[in-house]
Design a protein. Sequence first.
Length: 399
Amino acid sequence: MKKLAILGATGSIGASTLSVCRFNPDLYDITLLAASVSVDKMFELCLEFKPTYVSMSDQHARLALFHLLQNSQLSCQVLDDEASLLQLLASDEIDSVMAAIVGGAGLKSTLAAVQSGKEIFLANKEALVMSGALFVEAASRSGAKLWPVDSEHNAIFQALSPTLQQTIGVCDLPAEGVSKILLTGSGGPFLERELDTFSLITPAQAVNHPNWSMGQKISVDSATMMNKGLEYIEARWLFNTSAEQLQVIIHPQSVIHSMVQYKDGSVIAQIGNPDMRVPIAYVMGGKARIDSGVPPFDFFSSKDFSFAEPDYNRYPCLKLAIDACYEGQHATTRLNAANEVAVEAFLENKIKFTQIPQLIEQVLNLSGNQQVESIDHLFEIDAEAKLQAMKLIKRDFLC
Ligand code: NAD
Ligand code: MG
């Protein structure tokens, strides 16, 4: 049995991962569960899955969980701090890591697993958005195997040749006859909404995705289509694409999860119900088709498939992300940092929905491009951009 760590175990991807584990109890030994603040949820998971180690990034949560575990019959060890978590991830006690912490907060732990050559199930897209080239280089150096979990990237992965599947991060697409990666996105809940009412959009409306059930941050990102922008950057790094080889297509039904177009005119798509257990089962099974618990797709009750080009007036965040992708890691880190602050402020009713792209654009304009040399430098850029975004909110943006 492979020894599995689930980072972000109490979240939406964590829940889907554990659901796949329930269907396949002999595949993985759940060695580590990590999360931030949800003590009760984590205690429940400890009772059911009995991990050897458990980690909470929040100090109060860590202490509360420690007491709950002490009063139980369980022998799960609560890790002391972030350093112990990183050390464990790098050790022989872990073989495979589900990287599903939300946001840039997931970068350090994901990277620790990459640097020590682990098998990485990559759901946390923000890590790759921030550190792209450095992340891919670290994986090449250590021999870490990268498995895309994000449904689009997993669909693309499934539609690629075995040679390309084995060269994630350094793919030679033309050598295998690939002409284009077609990244599909639903367009979120506001695809049809009148543009002049966008400033009235509430957090409850924004997190109500028509097809997918996800965490709050990614749901808002889907409504602005920043999610597709982050995924564009993610695809650029995973599949080593040029600008001509990568295109976003709106497909409101979320049935086709992305496609690969070949030079002979063939297009290979991956189709299925919008349920993250499908890509998770595919990577956890190592490409073998294992039970995911997802019902088969019913073609006769499905709606028509439709496709459209994205409109950047409706989705300015998508344009900001694509532009940042070609400016470099400095810009994508600033974009990601400003977006994290903007989404949180929107969810707290501090800024309007339409102010999310405005804030990100202003933060991007505050600094010129720089060469990023190290991960520490990336964290400095991230912290600086977050501070700038918070100052701008206080100064100009409060509702
Ligand atoms: P979520 O908000 O439901 O869960 C986030 C998890 O991260 C929680 O377990 C939380 O405790 C943990 N976390 C947050 N900060 C942490 C920290 N500092 N240290 C340790 N743990 C921390 O989010 P989600 O929807 O599950 O998304 C997780 C990641 O997967 C995101 O990067 C998202 O973009 C990506 N993703 C999600 C989906 C989806 O369907 N939910 C699909 C594709 C990709
Ligand atoms: Mg996705």
